[in-house]
Design a protein around this ligand. Structure first.
Ligand code: AMP
Ligand code: MG
Length: 349
């Protein structure tokens, strides 16, 4: 039986009001001393980056190259990728990058008790999310696939190879951008860049502070689409990653909306009353994994997960518009609608 979380109610009026709410690109473009920028399409999304200081452009060129390298390894659709070969049941000699992301992802699958499960791909296929040829599979079809959705069946061998059991397929979609953002931040640091803002689709990596020393302001998308941003969070040196049902979905003949975040225990889109989850923390892959996993858990279980594990902060936007933030964000999150009520979850249950 779950205990009710204790909430501290906080009126948005009590929070500082920003004069300027800006998207990541807007913030970065507004500052002087810009030394490098990149904008390209990779990992199925638009990536936009700005790096400040000497060598910024060169560093971002390296980042772009790195991201395409990672995409070539992790893509589930590119017939030359390691993930594609593994999904064909072939024995694959893993590159260091693929071995590393697999290692980290499997640990995160375990940490989230399978709410994140990188073997969800056969289910994604059944719903047509891998081809955009959307359909609603019947329960018999889903039930036949569920035995193959189990991350514990993915066991890279000590000799550095991976052979997946027949029927098991992996999909790094929930973690690849976060992983890429970690390596990108590391590469920028190696190039002496200590101020940069990277947006890899819904994955933002704020490197250091803005060139003037102030915090980056990252806009959190309004999942309803009624406004651009539901609020702004001020951060430095943090990953800010959002997962939302609105990012990819279709409406079935039955009039129901089906989205791309799947509950691995049922094989159906996760409907937990949430429309988006944003995670803020030091590690891009952790934030990416948790944005997906906590969406699957729903707000109550997600807050218990936060209390049990800590190490990150979160913003939950419910389908009814309620905004819940974890206590570490109470001075750094500002809703766009200053009359909105923001519920601040505390560590007390
Ligand atoms: P994200 O946008 O980071 O939330 O990742 C969503 C993508 O991850 C989907 O498009 C699928 O490819 C994959 N996915 C969906 N549900 C899950 C899940 N529960 N665990 C792992 N990957 C998932
Ligand atoms: Mg994710």
């Amino acid at each position: 039986m779950k205990r009710n979380p204790v909430f501290l109610r906080l009126s948005a009026a009590g929070l500082a009001v920003f004069m300027l709410i800006c998207a990541v690109s807007g913030c970065s473009g507004a500052s002087a001393g810009q030394s490098g920028s990149a904008s390209f399409f990779a990992m199925d999304t638009i990536m936009e980056m700005t790096a400040y200081g000497e060598g910024g452009q060169d560093a971002l060129d390296q980042v772009e190259h790195l991201i395409f390298t990672l995409e070539d390894l992790f893509s589930a659709t590119d017939q030359n990728s390691e993930v594609y070969a593994a999904n064909q049941g072939l024995k694959v000699a893993l590159s260091d990058y693929t071995a590393d992301i697999l290692d980290q992802s499997l640990a995160l699958c375990a940490l989230t008790n399978g709410a994140l499960d990188i073997t969800v791909r056969p289910i994604m296929d059944a719903w047509g999310f891998t081809t955009s040829d959307y359909r609603v599979p019947d329960s018999t079809e889903i039930d036949a696939l569920l035995p193959f959705v189990d991350y514990s069946l993915v066991t890279p061998s000590p000799d550095g190879t991976l052979t997946l059991p027949a029927g098991v397929q992996i999909d790094m979609g929930a973690v690849a951008k976060g992983y890429a953002s970690d390596l990108a931040a590391q590469l920028l640091a190696e190039n002496g860049i200590n101020s940069a803002i990277l947006s890899l689709g819904g994955n933002v990596m704020a490197v250091g502070a803005k060139p003037d020393g102030s915090n980056w302001r990252v806009g959190i998308k309004d999942p309803s689409g009624n406004t651009d941003y539901i609020g702004v969070v001020e951060v430095n040196n943090k990953a800010v990653v959002t997962s939302g049902g609105y990012e990819r979905y279709f409406t079935g003949d039955d009039g129901q909306v089906y989205w791309h975040i799947i509950d691995p225990s049922t094989g159906y889109p996760a409907k937990t009353g949430l429309s988006s989850v944003t995670i803020i923390g030091d590690s891009g892959i952790l934030c990416d994994a948790l944005s997906t996993a906590l969406f699957v858990m729903g707000a109550d279980d997600a807050l218990d997960f936060w209390r049990d594990n800590g190490g990150f902060e979160a913003i939950f936007i419910a389908e009814d518009g309620e905004i819940i933030i974890t206590s570490g964000l109470k001075d750094v999150f500002t809703p766009s609608d200053t009359s909105a009520t923001v519920t601040v979850a505390s560590y007390d249950r």
